[in-house]
Design a protein around this ligand. Structure first.
Ligand code: FEO
Length: 397
């Protein structure tokens, strides 16, 4: 247990070995943590629990360091199993299962349906509701669909501390619990990856919520999420970053992502890149089949232009391209331009499939899809270069 503010403690589980999250959907190259917090005021409050694979260790440490009998109330900011998964086990170990659990209305509904028990003392709160626990007040702010219907944050008035749950978090464990004591390059790589992969579809809600939080003029001295590090030095920096990321974010450059069977589409990709470069357009280039998909989503989030290529197989695209296109659809990116290309042998559908999919995903498509029959010859290479040049011009417009 680590004291992070006066009478407020971190008590979480560090998952150093975690390499995938949400099943195998999201890569977590630097592990993760499930942060829970204890407030020892006149009342002793537990904020969130941990993922259920860690429930026995968590409850053992909680009992050792705090004492199960001393816990007066539990706050559940979010019911996804990585935070609320240990709740049922904890209730079984507490002296009484009747302990009050504070959560949103949607949170109560999920808890009832997840744990399938009717002996839970659920106390529903909404934005602005406040509970005095002694020296401190707990103020609740609903964060609906950031990123689940039940999400909320808890502000500890008097301690200037925000328990933000998933918001402002990262799948990251580092040298320290605090942002001023870890490698900030690593930290921001994982903070933006978290936003890009989990929060992008909710960007318009995030923008409004940040405006609402700013209007509350809360004295925020610390932001303590439920994954990763605690923002202790200049905590508003991550709120400012989220505000920036929530507004059709891009860094102005292009990304080319391709798959290839016999290098024809790779040659096209590199020729398109040459066209971009000749127009001063910075780019990154990836082979989708050997690149981590969560990292690719982060790269797409940062790019303004997204050029995707695949050769044609069975009247469509290769399967890694297909998976990526499907994921792009769900992220609802805004303010980006897209294009499709690829080589083919006879039918040649892939560039059109890619272009149509990107358009359906909300990207603006300035160019007709580009196909090359079998291997690109000199004139095809020239067409690819021109394709890159035209795309660069459209991105710069
Ligand atoms: Fe970290 Fe939405 O759970």
């Amino acid at each position: 247990m680590v004291e992070i503010r006066e009478n407020i403690y971190w008590l979480g589980m560090k998952d150093w070995g975690l390499r995938h999250f949400h099943g195998h959907e999201l890569s977590t190259h630097r592990g993760s943590s499930y942060n829970t917090y204890i407030i020892k005021d006149q009342k002793t409050v537990l904020v969130d629990t941990v993922w259920d694979p860690y429930k026995e260790d968590f409850v053992r440490i909680l009992d050792r360091d705090v004492g199960l009998e001393s816990i007066d109330m539990i706050i559940i900011n979010h019911t996804e199993p990585d935070h609320a998964g240990s709740l049922g086990y904890l209730l079984d170990k507490l002296p009484s299962a009747d302990i009050p659990i504070y959560c949103t209305k949607n949170g109560a509904d999920i808890i009832r349906n997840y744990f399938r028990r009717d002996d839970i003392n659920l106390q529903i709160v909404k934005t602005g509701d406040t509970i005095n626990i002694g020296k401190y007040d707990l103020v609740f702010v609903e964060m609906q669909m950031i990123h689940w219907p039940d999400s909320m944050l808890t502000y500890v008035k008097g301690a200037g501390t925000v328990f933000s749950n998933d918001a402002f978090g990262q799948h990251y464990v580092g040298l320290s619990l605090f942002n001023d004591e870890v490698d900030n390059c690593e930290l921001y790589q994982d903070a933006i990856k978290y936003y890009a992969n989990i929060l992008t579809p909710f960007s318009s809600l995030i923008k409004k919520k940040i405006e609402q939080i700013r209007a509350l003029e809360l004295d925020i001295e610390m932001i303590a999420p439920s994954h990763g590090i605690i923002w202790r030095r200049d905590p508003m920096q991550i709120i400012d970053k989220y505000y920036e990321w929530s507004q059709d974010y891009n860094e102005g450059h292009a990304v080319i992502i391709y798959d290839t069977m016999y290098d024809a589409t790779r040659t096209m990709a590199e020729s398109i890149a040459a066209g971009l470069e000749s127009q001063g357009m910075a780019y990154k280039l990836f082979n989708v089949s050997i690149t981590d998909q969560s990292d690719l989503i982060t790269e797409i989030f940062k790019a303004k232009g997204v050029i995707i290529g695949s050769c044609t197989v069975n009247n469509s695209v290769l399967r890694f391209t297909s998976g990526l296109l499907e994921e792009i659809k769900g992220h609802k990116f805004k303010g980006k331009l897209g294009a499709g290309f690829g080589s083919y042998g006879w039918s040649g559908e892939a560039p059109k499939v890619i272009s149509a999919s990107l358009e359906k995903s909300g990207l603006k498509i300035p160019l007709e899809p580009l196909g090359v029959k079998f291997r690109p010859g000199d004139s095809d290479i020239e067409r690819c270069i021109q394709f890159g040049e035209s795309f660069a011009a459209a991105v710069k417009e």
